[in-house]
Design a protein around this ligand. Structure first.
Ligand code: AMP
Length: 307
């Protein structure tokens, strides 16, 4: 079952306390698609500028990511410059230029309109609604958001929330949206705004999944060196949605396994700058870390017994 994602494709400049990178391939749709494609076919809806490089187009195409919905417009591609603190859970936006994405109002292709799985990446709620309105009968709709939209476009976001199944957001955004400081209260309050499932991303502390009658917690894979957290959330969402699409149905157990695969894939992308680790990754790498991930929280597991 195929997935359609609307989001940014752009060039990122990243500064961390231990190094950086300039003009590297980034954007929410890029990370999402490069993770999702391990599980299911994925089709991107985005706009890039005339400076978008051929090597990056090929990078997607060689991985069978459908770019028919990526339109090329006159002008520069989306750019974002982020700076991480020593505590890499905290980052500042140094600059953001929407460029050709600024007045992008996508028109989905006929087959994209029939998609069963839809991911509305972090873009304005009105644009998310515009895209969702074109999909005829989706099985699962997930959306991401951020503090900017929660503060500046709350009415649009509140209209969107009852129309989606799954919302992903980070801990600070969950607090901001709900007005609750306690994360359990915040997650429950966001559920009341419409989505059936709320996924609260907590960086190096893992993910909390809230559903109407259950709560599921997954740790982050403990890494010694986090090089660049950029894209972890979108990569998580890509693997999560990919897993759901591969199964073609949703229940609590499938949702939980999808969260684990999302966390596994998110743990790879932060090992390098940009999308580099996602493009070098093999399915064997994913499965090996998935099994190690299960052992991480299995109190009965021991390598040294024969059981
Ligand atoms: P994440 O770290 O998962 O939040 O995703 C970071 C990616 O989102 C980067 O590659 C950026 O290019 C992109 N990004 C950053 N800010 C925005 C924004 N305001 N709107 C859309 N995309 C953004």
């Amino acid at each position: 079952m195929s997935i359609v994602v609307v989001g940014t494709i752009g060039y990122d400049t990243i500064d961390t306390q231990h190094g950086g990178v300039a003009e590297a391939l980034g954007g929410s749709a890029s990370f999402f698609a490069l993770a999702a494609r391990f599980f299911a076919p994925v089709s991107i809806v985005a706009a890039v500028g005339s400076d978008f490089k051929g090597e990056h187009r090929r990078l997607f195409e060689e991985r069978s990511i459908d770019l028919r919905g990526m339109i090329v417009r006159d002008g520069p591609t989306f750019r974002w410059h982020g700076r991480y603190h020593e505590d890499m859970n905290i980052r500042d936006t140094v600059s953001l230029a929407l460029n050709v994405f600024a007045d992008f109002t996508p028109d989905l292709l006929a087959d994209q309109r029939r998609s069963d799985y839809v991911f509305l990446a972090n873009i304005s709620p009105d644009l998310q609604t515009h895209v969702l309105g074109q999909v005829t009968s989706p099985k699962v709709v997930a959306a991401d958001t951020m503090n900017h939209w929660i503060v500046n476009e709350r009415p649009g976001l509140m209209k969107l929330l009852p129309r989606i199944d799954i919302l992903t957001l980070n801990d600070e955004e969950a607090r901001l949206l709900s007005g609750e400081h306690n994360l359990v209260k915040a997650g429950r309050a966001v559920l009341k705004m419409g989505p059936d499932t709320v996924l609260v991303k907590r960086g190096e502390y893992g993910v909390l999944q809230f559903s109407q009658d259950s709560l599921f917690a997954v740790p982050a894979w403990p890494l010694e060196d986090v090089v660049d957290p950029t894209g972890a959330g979108d990569t998580f969402a890509g693997a999560f949605m990919g897993y759901l699409a591969r199964h073609g149905r949703v229940n609590e157990s499938i949702l939980r396994t999808a969260v684990v695969y999302g966390s596994v894939m998110g743990s790879f992308v932060v090992e390098t700058f940009s999308v580099d680790r996602l493009t070098s990754l093999t399915w064997d790498d994913v499965e090996r870390r998935y099994r190690a991930f299960l052992e991480l929280t299995d109190s009965h597991h021991s390598r040294w017994t024969s059981q």
